[in-house]
Design a protein around this ligand. Structure first.
Ligand code: NAP
Length: 276
């Protein structure tokens, strides 16, 4: 049963029938994408993939030198990119980032909320209130607040697409990563909770849940071969993923090819089959 307001409005999001764009390599031409934590690893690969697909990309992370380096890389490939520093856990910085994206490119059509923190390694019972507060503030609350910030601007454009970066750990808590895993489970719920509110506004929200991907963030789980083998075994995957393999999933979900997909989280985990 259709529960999301005018189907015509939903169909209008990013150009009607997915078949009409025919899997065009420039499927995001004319769109503006905001990518948090877009200066390294998965976020940078996402920024690059969206840029190659024709989007103008506005990226951010906490450190100016990282923003600068990422922008040089994207512009060096001939992509339209700009950016600013933003710690997503700070409300004023989120607001400034959104305003600067609007000032720079005049719109926001796509949001990829990718930033996360994991300040605690060890038993979940050892994590104190400060750890839980920080993990939830950065990984969950900031994502929800960012969605709130961009929605009016997407509505003004007639719709939009949002992806929240979850994790396979959200389905299956990883040993030693309790609070982080629970925060990623919360993102599965956030996608599901927001989707019915966003669809009538022409906005699709989905999640991506990567398995073990070769980035700085996860290096403690793959640099040592024995540790890597154990981690992959626990996840049921045969190999590490690359950031570009996650970016491809994000690109799909924000593109017209995914026009009938909303409120879902896609597991991109090399065979890791975790489910709640
Ligand atoms: P990464 O390569 O280490 O990159 C982390 C990025 O986050 C950097 O650009 C960093 O730049 C930025 N960042 C860190 N804290 C931030 C904050 N508070 N506000 C804004 N930006 C911040 O990490 P990654 O592996 O690509 O992780 C990206 C996302 O994928 C995270 O949500 C993570 O949970 C998820 N994920 C990763 C894996 C994996 O195996 N790698 C698996 C599942 C899910 P600055 O230092 O300049 O801020």
């Amino acid at each position: 049963m259709w529960r999301g307001g005018s189907p015509g409005r939903f169909r209008a999001v990013f150009g009607g029938s997915p078949l009409s764009s025919g899997g065009s390599p420039r499927a995001l031409e004319g769109k503006v994408a905001l990518v948090t934590a877009g200066t390294d690893g998965i976020g940078l690969a996402v920024a690059e993939a969206l840029g190659v697909a024709g989007a103008q990309v506005f990226l951010s992370s906490r450190h100016a030198h990282n923003v600068q380096r990422a922008l040089e890389r994207l512009r060096g490939r001939g992509l339209k990119a700009s950016g600013v520093t933003c710690h997503v856990g700070v409300a004023e910085e989120r607001e400034r980032m959104v305003q600067q994206a609007l000032d720079t490119f005049g719109a926001i059509d796509i949001l990829v909320s990718n930033a996360a923190v994991n300040p605690h390694l060890g038993p979940a019972l050892d994590a104190d209130e400060r750890v839980w507060d920080k993990v939830f503030q950065v990984n969950v609350t900031a994502a929800a607040m960012l969605v709130r910030l961009v929605v009016p601007h997407m509505e003004r454009r007639g719709g939009g697409a949002i992806v929240l970066m979850s994790s396979i750990a959200g389905y299956q808590p990883m040993a030693g990563l309790g609070p982080y895993s629970v925060s990623k489970t919360a993102l599965l719920g956030l996608v599901a909770a927001l989707s019915p509110e966003l669809l009538p506004r022409g906005i699709r929200i989905n999640g991506v849940a990567p398995g073990l991907v070769q980035t700085r963030f996860s290096s403690a789980l793959w640099q040592d071969e024995a540790v890597q083998e154990k981690a992959l075994g626990a996840l049921g995957a045969l190999r590490l993923g690359q950031p570009q393999e996650v970016a491809a999933a994000v690109l799909f979900l924000v593109s017209p090819q995914a026009s009938f997909i909303a409120g879902q989280t896609l597991l991109v985990a090399g065979g890791g089959g975790a489910r709640l």
